[in-house]
Design a protein around this ligand. Structure first.
Ligand code: HPA
Length: 248
């Protein structure tokens, strides 16, 4: 089995990678248990690319129940070293309205009671990994370059606030996130990024803005139909970007 040039984890509304050819499904059992579903490995622009739907292919796993450790370990067991995390998010600040793609460079973790380390099994050496820059610098640069090369508009930087979900936030919670400096809000950014660092995986986030977060931009109710329609529209350029990223 050859190397995997890139692994992609898809979020809400992204359950497969368009254009992936000769796909093989891998049902993998890891030392942390089972991932959310099969890892699909195929060819994209001649490169081997792995894809995993974070919530399962039928979106049956809520954010706090995702086995983030198994998901990352499954990709690693297949030989992946670079992980592109697609995260569907709400937008808080002006540059991050619906249908925007953003590549954040910071995050704040508001999640709780999730298994957030690979070091909790008895006898495991405790790691205190550096997490000052939660996303891999080089991979972020490669994502930005791939976006430029394919003409995909991307906001460079921003802070991702990871909330517990599965409910959306109150307006007061979003006001607090804004005061804290968050530009984006989503439910799956952590512990995934921290675990990737512990596992020595290169990891970066491509956030897909599906809606204005509560109380931002519009007063209208956020519906799942709106979320999915905006994700579909915003994702149009992603296959080309992923192909360019896999090549580079
Ligand atoms: N909040 C949290 N997560 C989300 C949102 C939101 O508004 N939209 C999509 N994922």
């Amino acid at each position: 089995m050859g190397d995997i040039a890139l692994a992609v984890i898809g979020g809400t509304g992204v359950y497969k990678l368009a254009d992936l050819q000769d796909v093989q499904a891998h049902d993998i059992d890891t030392r942390f248990g089972s991932p959310s579903g099969p890892v699909r490995v195929g060819l994209l622009g001649g490169q081997r690319v792995a894809f995993l739907a974070r919530h399962g292919e039928g979106h049956s796993v809520p954010p706090h129940k995702i086995n983030y450790r198994a998901n990352l370990q499954a990709l690693k067991d297949l030989g992946a070293t670079r992980v592109l995390a697609l995260n569907t998010v709400g937008g808080i600040t002006d540059a991050c309205g619906p249908r925007v793609l953003a590549c954040p460079d910071q995050l704040i973790d508001y999640t709780w009671a999730r298994i957030s380390t690979i070091c909790e099994e008895p006898g495991t050496e405790v790691l205190h990994v550096d997490f000052g820059d939660p996303y891999t610098h080089l991979l972020r640069q490669q994502i930005l370059a791939a976006a430029r090369a394919t003409g995909v508009a991307l906001v460079d930087g921003g802070c991702y606030g990871a909330t517990q979900g599965p409910r959306l936030e109150t307006r007061a919670e979003i006001r607090r996130l804004r005061r804290d400096g968050c530009d984006l809000v989503g439910m799956t950014g952590m512990p995934e990024a921290g675990l990737a660092r512990e596992m020595s995986l290169e990891y970066a986030c491509l956030a897909i803005v599906a809606n204005w977060a509560a109380g931002c931009g519009t007063d209208e109710e956020i519906t799942m139909d709106e979320v999915l329609a905006n994700v579909a529209a915003a994702s149009a350029g992603i296959p080309a970007l992923v192909e360019a990223l896999a090549r580079g």
